[in-house]
Design a protein around this ligand. Sequence first.
Ligand code: ADP
Ligand code: MG
Length: 857
Amino acid sequence: MMQTLPIDPLLPELCKELAASRVAVLEAPPGAGKTTRVPVALLEAGVSGGGQVLVAEPRRLAARMAARRVASEHSERLGGRIGYRVRFEEAAGPETRVLYVTEGMLLRQLLADPKLSGVGAVVLDEFHERHLDTDLLLTLLSRLRKQTRPDLSLLVMSATLDAEPVAAFLDECPRLRSEGRMFPVEIEHLAEPDDRPLEKQVVSAVRRLLDLDPNGDVLVFLPGAGEIRRAQAALEPLAAERQLSVVPLHGDLPMAEQARAIEPSRERKVVLSTNVAESSVTIDGVTGVVDSGLARIAQHSPWTGLPSLVTAKISRASAVQRAGRAGRTAPGRVLRLYTKGDFQSRVEHDSPELLRADLAEALLTLHGAGIGSADSVAWLSPPPPARVAAAEELLNVLGALDPAQGLTAIGRRMLELPLHPRLARVMVEGERRGVGERAALIAALLGERDLRLSSRTDFGGGRAGADTATGPSDVLELVDAFELARSLNFQPQRLRSHGLEPRSVEAVAKAERQLTRLLPKKRREPEYDDDSEQALLQTLLTGFADRVARRRKPQGLDIVLASGKTARLSPSSVVRNEEFLLAIDVEERGGKAGINDGVVRLASAIRPEWLLDLYGDRVSASDELTWNAQAERVESLSRMCYGAVVLDESRGAARPSAEASAVLAAAVVDFGAQEFLKGDALTALIERFALAAKHYPGQSLPPLDESTLKARVLALCEGATTFAELRALDVPAALVANLSSAERRLLEEALPERVRLPGGRSVAVHYEPGKPPFIESRLQDFFGMADGPRLCGGALPLTLHLLAPNGRAVQVTSDLAGFWERHYPGIRRELMRRYPRHSWPEDGRHAEPPPPRPPRR
Ligand code: ADP
Ligand code: MG
């Protein structure tokens, strides 16, 4: 005769509702009988129409235990009508009608058989936990119902009474609830936080519960297997003293041991459990609960997205659930190992994992189901767009998506592997490069905790030494450490003495075994040599291609990542020399953004050529023009970049171009245009312009002020790339050339560069600042001129420097007529005396000038 459970009276109505509307939500507190009673009831009422009833559990443990319990309640063989299927383990056959599966298995089944043929009803159990897969399943199943399987029954079961939103999401489906009974529970908090080790606190709390209440079992909530083991050891004396049966309960235990925690025992029982006992497993007879207030929750590294488990404070809702476990069958008592203030400061509910998790794996699944974009389907809580975008980008980098957003062959293979897409990609690449087994080990190593007791430990036999060990990859160090463990036959004592943590090693070994089984047909891999090491390093690149980094300085610890972020290598990394590397495992550090945001625990060397080979489309080439102040020239800087990481850089003289001229001009401005505006010719030209302005105010030339001149120099940068070219330029000529023809005519006629004297000699006109313009020539050259030459149409007499045959001026005058008149007679006598062989006619004004001499020098 089966025990009656609170849910029993509700079963007929539930089956009727579901048969009518095909979708419903059931709310009932833990222990009500949802998991063990509902699925068989659905089957027997024909809700699944002869098809299978699939029950999705978030935990393997729950799936196995429930199937076992239900089979035994019906006195049936497990794996007959009632069965289960979890990863790598199943008890099911062709006659199985009620199949308990993990959520992950159901997702896989959906991908393999999108119509779920043969399945008549799906039950999503423990919905309130809102794991990522739970939400994903809800989305996929409600879509399946709408699109192709309206006959498929869908029941969502929740242990909390707040399933209204999911009923609304399922088109306002019927919502049934069973409030169950609940006895009063007395809750005690700590007055002060207790900072003793957790296991000591547990012993005190258990002792106190035993003292306060003469009967009833005790359930202790601890975060994980490690804490459970320590508490079990610490409880030994008390157990012996009080004849207690202390039993652990967590997912990694063999099924028989898990069953022992649930089965009644003759002694008073103390169950040490993870949060599986919070709602997925019910232990009868518990009246005392000790709540550590902690749980191990899945977290995702913000850098790599790789999942990891962290110990965190549970929410108030969870604490209330845990407390409720003491009052199921009789009044109970709860000791919380934290203060009331601590309880009150906690978050009310845990947020759905979908809202905080890395979404790469979920999106890979969606793509696998033919859903190209996350917002083309309906979500109970839509995933944050930024996370969706980041995950899409990662899948693209990993080569999982084709241009049409479908899966590539690589993506499809990744989907078959129970790994985060990064690690799946590593394994796929390993298969392709003939190092699949090694890649599977690497995936196991990176997916589990570090197996080294401390990263500073000397492994003895391994390649690693102490802090000074050097190598191409910290991941290969891990591989060596694991091989060392294997050679020690995984014996805990020996592992520990070699600095390895036995439980982590065990977890890696287990994962490795499971992954290796997924490799294509067994073919012995060759011995590992340098080639396979290279292959492995390249294989790692494919899983972490977005984590490419470059050292800032040779041998330094600071690196720049392709994302533009910076980080620091852990001093324990063996990658000490390589310039290019992958930042595989990064520990986020709080701090100012942009400054060493993370510490890279695991790095692995790469070569830039690999990026060109494998990610050519992500390598960008850029040509940038820069000013080299030393060489005073524009240079072109050619760069090849992978994101913010510069792979290669070369400099050379720039070829002339509009851009190069602009860079040169900018350098001129920086340097000062004055540098290029020196020289007598320019001074003379400025003077000529000034004179023109004075004598022709109406039609003056454009002003040659500083800004005009500067503009001219800048214009001259056109076609040039160096200061040397600018210095060689004839700026005055360029200025004149730039005038209009009328302006040029004015300048050349009114203020010529040279004038011709009567004897035919052409002499240069000197224009100097602060002096009137002048010419100089031998006195004899002026013979025959009544008056001196004039500029500006006669308005400006030239000053004449009259030279003796020795080249010295005998007179400076602007009045030639007055000179002939007053000074020439006396000067003539003197000249006749000193230069008797020259002819010195008496009347210079009418004398014949001598023929022009060839110019001196
Ligand atoms: P719910 O899913 O609503 O939390 P369950 O169906 O898991 O409830 O359990 C209902 C009741 O069945 C529990 O209160 C417990 O008494 C009993 N039960 C369930 N599983 C087992 C088991 N493996 N061994 C013994 N009793 C069990
Ligand atoms: Mg249940």
